[in-house]
Design a protein around this ligand. Sequence first.
Ligand code: NAI
Length: 245
Amino acid sequence: MALEGRVAVVTGAGRGIGKGIALALSNDGATVVLADSDAASVQTLAGEIRSAGCEALGMSCDVSKREPVEDLLAEAIARFGKIDVLVNNAGINRDTMLHKMTDEQWYEVLDVDLTAVFFTTRFAAAHMRERGYGRIVNISSASWLGSLGQANYAAAKAGVVGLTLTAARELARKGVTANVICPGFIDTEMTRRVPPDVWQSVVERIPVGEAGLPEDVANLVVFLASDGARYITGQVLNVGGGLTW
Ligand code: NAI
């Protein structure tokens, strides 16, 4: 139980990778605050975790808006006294080729995938500096290096890398680490939306030969959140079954 006594906030925890991360952190002893714009999903998950004897709170939150984000994090501190671990996982995609991309598609993705990470990380940075302890784990994507039909998504995910590496430098002497995980192709509702022939062609490019599971990402989050990872900060870590971009 490496995370016993720790309080972790996970965004986009209602399903997919975020749900896997929330369950893994909880299994390792952390109290988890689960945030999602789909309130029902996190309330159900929090109920399941509590039934298993662990502490969990599910909260409705659109992370792309500053006020709900600040309310969420303030509520986590009010209920549990502190935030030790912040996992920015919530994300969306609105894929289309650059020459057809609308302003709305651009801003929607930038708001959820990048600006939200700024809102949460700014708040957490102030809180964690004061306490002299913290673990920030941000979920970017292998697509940050450029990906067909994903100019908005790649730009946002590249922004997450720059933001996190800056946070790592600013917080390194305050007992706070900040790292980025770039999943490759993970089996979730997000990827299940692609047509079967595209799914097949992506999987064929993965050296391991199959899509990853949410647990594959979650296992690394648990390690980065633990005391054992105190000397690892400012890193961009791929979880992609060997897939190189
Ligand atoms: P998903 O679509 O299955 O789940 C995303 C979750 O985020 C949902 O529960 C959704 O309700 C929530 N969410 C969306 N907008 C929100 C908002 N404004 N406020 C709060 N919650 C919101 O996606 P998946 O696959 O689990 O992805 C999780 C993260 O991993 C995302 O950041 C995604 O970009 C990233 N990622 C996923 C990959 C994959 O292959 N599935 C690959 C690389 C990165």
